[in-house]
Design a binder for this molecule. Structure first.
Ligand code: KG4
Ligand code: ZN
Length: 345
């Protein structure tokens, strides 16, 4: 069964073809990063307009790379929640048009649950349930106990900034550019992660919630100091190096996420941990998770780097799982900017 997936929830326009929910035949991503860079973040109106331009070319390229025509598509899957309302609506409208014209079933996919499907697209990864999973992206830092690809219970989440958002904000503060994650990681390679011993924002050591906003404030005031009126200063205080601050911040985020991953595995008794989302690209985080898994005796499934940030292969894969579990979505498909999950008691 071949699924054509579409993704337009934020600033990437993507299309992909995935066979049987496992084999990626094509995954094409058109990034709008260059259009948003001068604003330092995603501008929703620009994102929607760019999706209009990029969507059909991206679909054509994905079909060509998969070596199939539209008639060979068995299912159309599209991200329908959560995301920017205008951006989501464009993908949903296009997917509805395609599915209706082709006479093929359509499913709406939750973007976060699609990130949870991505680790299983790695070569040789065997989906086994239950699994403890983490989506660490620009908008979410959510720990789940997943009983199947479509059954996720929330174990804990960030109470303020998401991990990716923290990387983006620290990159902006340090003048490293946008998006912040890759920029901070690259800069941190020349830095000492122990140079600035930031407090690890683990909040309650027994809970699986996290917080990164205090870490951001600590970077601002500890490394930049304060004007007499209370604002942080514009330049680093003498003695602080940008690379050291970047490395120390990154180490604090990595330590926090790894500590909570260990706790989630211990708490649930499930010896498997999967991670997806843009922050899962982060090299030191990947290495630290693997090391924790080896030490504590749990399996660690990492999303392939090319499928960590937003893409449509994960949407097509998740669409396949959703279709098998629940069948086609009734039309019209509703786009929702927010999503929620049942929370573990
Ligand atoms: O999953 P994603 O593409 O979009 C959302 O669904 O939000 O994640 C984007 C986020 C951004 O905040 C970006 O800075 C972060 O993922 N990111 C990284 C890295 N690459 C992307 N964070 C840390 N290290 C990276 N290498
Ligand atoms: Zn995402």
């Amino acid at each position: 069964m071949r699924t054509l997936g579409l993704e337009t929830s934020c600033d990437e326009t993507a299309a992909a073809v995935v066979e049987d929910g496992r084999r990626v035949l094509a995954s094409v991503v058109s990034s709008q990063i260059a259009r948003h860079r001068r604003f330092g973040g995603v501008v929703p109106e620009i994102a929607a307009r760019e999706h209009v331009k990029a969507l059909l070319p991206v679909v054509r390229t994905a079909l060509a790379e998969a070596g199939i025509g539209l008639d060979d598509v068995d299912l159309v899957a599209v991200t329908s929640e959560p995301g920017l309302a205008g951006a989501l609506l464009l993908g949903v409208a296009a997917a509805e048009g395609l599915a209706t014209a082709l006479g093929k079933p359509l499913v709406g996919v939750n973007h976060i649950e699609a990130h949870l499907a991505a680790p299983f697209l790695a070569e040789g990864a065997e989906p086994r349930w239950p699994t403890v999973s983490l989506v660490a992206s620009g908008g979410h830092t959510h720990f789940f106990l997943s009983q199947s690809p479509v059954d996720h219970v929330l174990l804990g989440a960030t109470l303020d900034d998401a991990a990716g958002e923290a990387f983006d904000k620290i990159a902006a503060i340090l003048g490293l550019g946008y998006p912040g994650g890759p920029a901070v990681e690259a800069c941190a390679r020349d830095g000492d992660p122990k140079a600035v011993p930031f407090k690890r924002p683990t909040l309650d050591p027994d809970k699986l919630d996290v917080s990164f906003s205090g870490l951001k404030t600590a970077v601002k005031y500890r490394c930049f100091g304060q004007h007499p009126d209370g604002r942080p200063r514009d330049a680093l205080l003498p003695g602080f190096r940008v690379a050291d601050v970047a490395a120390s911040f990154q180490a604090a985020v990595v330590d926090t996420l790894v500590a909570k991953a260990r706790l989630a595995v211990r708490r649930t008794g499930v010896p498997r941990f999967a991670i997806g989302g843009g922050v899962a690209c982060n090299g030191p985080l990947r290495a630290a998770l693997k090391a924790a898994g080896a030490e504590d005796g749990f399996e660690v499934l990492l999303t392939p780097p090319s499928l960590c940030t937003d893409n449509a292969a994960m949407v097509a894969a998740q669409g396949h799982h959703v279709f098998r579990a629940r069948g086609a979505a009734p039309l019209p498909l509703v786009a929702r900017s927010r999503a929620s999950w049942p929370r573990a008691s």
